[in-house]
Design a protein. Structure first.
Lengths: 110, 114
């Protein structure tokens, strides 16, 4: 019930391409869905977040798509850049604790 | 404004010892959460403190404990260390809690148990 499933585990994208990472959840009480970006040796940093009352949120090259009925949400990175190479975590929360997905290691090649 | 500060950055301890990790949140933040990050289990929630009270607790044994002081600084303690406790321990602070306000993470404390 508390799990957040994330896929793929790793992703290789060419510069300028679109990176797509998917997450699914079971607990319908979750009402906050953030995405975090983590570089080696650093703590996770919030990238973008969404609440279930909207189906899409865009900030620059980053977009979250949210499907409440399917209990799925995804991160799209448009025009992927080598500087986007990092590990991405989706998460969900309902009680001030974040339940994280297992992470996706994104590598963007020039 | 200063970010979340965790000390020490690295620790090596022996099995059976205990360890205390420290977290100084962003000024004005009252919520502090702790997470354990390992390659096998990913990021797992340990506990959350708000205004010196533990508000949430994850599924970790009682060897893992924490506290928060009146200035919002927090410590976590792990007693009787096991090899499996080797991990990156991350602290996150937020104004009111991770669900309602953005959580900012520190760089973590890398604990190695030998």
């Amino acid at each position: 019930q508390q799990q957040v499933k994330q896929s793929p585990q790793s992703l290789i994208v060419q510069k300028g391409g679109i990176s797509i990472i998917n997450c699914a959840y079971e607990n319908t009480a979750f009402d906050y869905f953030p995405w975090y970006q983590q570089f080696p040796g650093k703590g996770p940093a919030l990238l973008i977040a969404i609440r279930p009352d909207v189906s899409e949120k865009k900030e620059g090259r980053f977009t979250i798509s949210f499907n409440k009925s399917a209990k799925q949400f995804s991160l799209h990175i448009m025009d992927s850049q080598p500087g986007d190479s990092a590990t991405y975590f989706c998460a969900a929360s309902d009680t001030d604790k974040l339940i994280f997905g297992t992470g996706t290691r994104l590598q963007v090649f020039p | 404004k200063a970010g979340v500060t965790q000390t020490p950055r690295y620790l090596i301890k022996t099995r059976g010892q205990q360890v205390t990790l420290s977290c100084s949140p962003i000024s004005g933040h009252r919520s502090v959460s702790w997470y354990q990050q390992t390659p096998g289990q990913g990021l797992q929630f340990l506990f959350e403190y708000f205004s010196e009270t533990q508000r949430n607790k994850g599924n970790f044994p009682g060897r893992f404990s924490g506290r928060q002081f009146s200035n919002s600084r927090s410590e976590m303690n792990v007693s009787t260390l096991e090899l499996g406790d080797s991990a990156l321990y991350l602290c996150a602070s937020s104004l009111e809690g991770a669900e309602n306000t953005e959580a900012f993470f520190g760089q973590g404390t890398r604990l190695t148990v030998v």
